[in-house]
Structure formats: C-alpha cells, structure tokens
Unconditional design. Structure first.
Length: 276
C-alpha cells in the first residue's frame, strides 16, 4: 500500500496484481493545479473566468507541501503558471521543483504559432514535468488541432512518459489521440501517458486509443477526479503499456484545485533494483 504522510487524505487504493519484481517502485504524481488559483467562492468572481487572474500564494504553498508529503519521483503538472503577473512573475513549476529538489521542464501549452502566446498571463500558462531520476531526454511535440496542443515527452533510463492536456472539443480530442498513438507507437521504451484528457464520457472515449496502443489505465476502478469537492467525472488518467507494472494507485482527496491528484507506484519489468 502507498505510504502517505498527509494526515488529512482520504485515500482510495487499488492494488494491481503483477509478477514478482524486486525493483524499488517509482512514484508518479499527476496533478492539474489550476494555476494554484484555488476553488470555492473566492475563485468565482462576477466576471466569468476572472478567477484565473487571481494569484494565491497560500494555495501554492499548500500544493507544494502536499506534493512533497507524497514523496514522488516524478510529477506531471497541468495548468501551471510559468511566470506571469498573476504570480508576481514567479514560476510555479520552478518553485515546486525547488521545494522537492527536482529537475523541471515546462513549456506553454498553446504552441509557437498560437495567438494565445501573445496574450499577457495566458502565454505563461503551461504544463510541466518535475523529476528526481536522471533525465535521458526531453521533447516537445504539438497536436495539429485544438487550442491546447503541447505534448511533453520525458525520457528516463527505462521508461518514456508523455504529458498531455487534451481539447474540450470531442472532435479535436479524437484527432489528438490519433497523433498521440503515432508518438507512442515509435517509442522504443515502455510508455506511460498521463494528463487531463477532458474525457467528459470517461474512459469509454479512450477505447480505440487504448486498444490500438495496447495501453491500460492505472485507475482500474474508474474513480472520478473532477470536480474535486464532489468528484463525478473521470477526466485525468495515468495510462501504461507493456513493460510497466503498476504496484498501487490512489486518488488523494485534497481540494487545492478543481481536479484531484492521481498517484501511482510503478516498476519497469526486468529492471535491476535501484540503489536506496
């Protein structure tokens, strides 16, 4: 069972059976942090969307403390502010990574040609990886459709992890999934694909992608992750392919964002035990 040091968590765990493997599991934490703007009445200002313009240092502090308490090896952050006036030019990815002692990579989620990259605040909205293990490579790919187009590929010694934030439009999501399958298909290492998929119909939307790519969801009970205060929809996923062994999975009940975080421990089949 996962060891959490966050006393207020209401943890749901799904143990996944696997062949014996003596390698120490790695922990991956996925979290759409909503730019640490927070939730509740303080976020919902009279002007639609205006809550996204508000900085919230206390909530960012809570998020980074929570993430540190989970002791992750790898963190995938969705909706992170990389240094706008909303945060006083502070880069949330670097702040959290510094607190963990992790390496970080981040990028705007809109793509170089997007008009959004010319807008204050919006152009600093991105996604990020934070990682403790040695990085063997990092690549930025882009979807051809949708507003949110960034795909970050993080290559570690034994696994490649893709981080995505898919479109709100069903037609665009299906096109993006086809592109994602192309990337996964040419990867020569075991693969994990994670992110906010915006799948308003849940895992059923991912059926063709998962069948074609041979991937499965770590969330075997299809537990919802959105909205955080009363979860009803399964929008966030950690998917894994052959060679990846999921040891445990949980969705901690913390409400620092409108999404709940996903946490899983995994091993790579055939890897030697890592040094403690």
């Amino acid at each position: 069972m996962l060891n959490s040091r966050h006393a207020s968590l209401n943890i749901q765990v799904n143990p996944v059976s696997a062949e014996p493997n003596t390698a120490r599991p790695m922990r991956f934490l996925l979290y759409n942090i909503r730019y640490a703007a927070g939730t509740g009445p303080g976020f919902n200002l009279p002007v639609p969307g205006a809550g996204y313009l508000r900085g919230n240092r206390e909530n960012l502090f809570n998020i980074r403390q929570f993430i540190k308490s989970m002791d992750p090896d790898i963190v995938g952050l969705i909706e992170v502010d990389t240094g706008s006036i909303r945060t006083g030019m502070a880069n949330q990815a670097e702040i959290i990574a510094g607190h963990l002692g992790h390496y970080t990579i981040y990028e705007s989620k809109y793509g170089e040609e997007s008009l959004n990259n010319r807008l204050p605040i919006v152009r600093k909205q991105g996604n990020a990886f934070l990682a403790a293990p040695r990085i063997h490579g990092e690549r930025f790919h882009y979807f051809e459709t949708g507003i949110k187009r960034l795909i970050i590929e993080l290559e570690l010694e034994d696994v490649a992890i893709f981080l995505v934030h898919l479109s709100l439009k069903y037609r665009h999501r299906q096109s993006q999934l086809r592109r994602l399958h192309e990337l996964v298909a040419v990867t020569d290492k075991p693969v994990i694909v994670a992110g906010d998929f915006n799948t308003f119909w849940g895992e059923d939307e991912l059926y063709l992608f998962m069948e074609a790519s041979g991937m499965r969801s770590a969330n075997v009970e299809k537990l919802p992750s959105y909205p955080s205060q009363s979860p009803r929809k399964e929008l966030d996923f950690i998917l894994y392919g052959s060679g990846v062994e999921i040891v445990d999975f949980q969705i901690p009940r913390v409400c620092y964002s409108d999404h709940l975080p996903l946490v899983c421990d995994f091993r790579i089949s055939g890897c030697e035990e890592r040094a403690a």
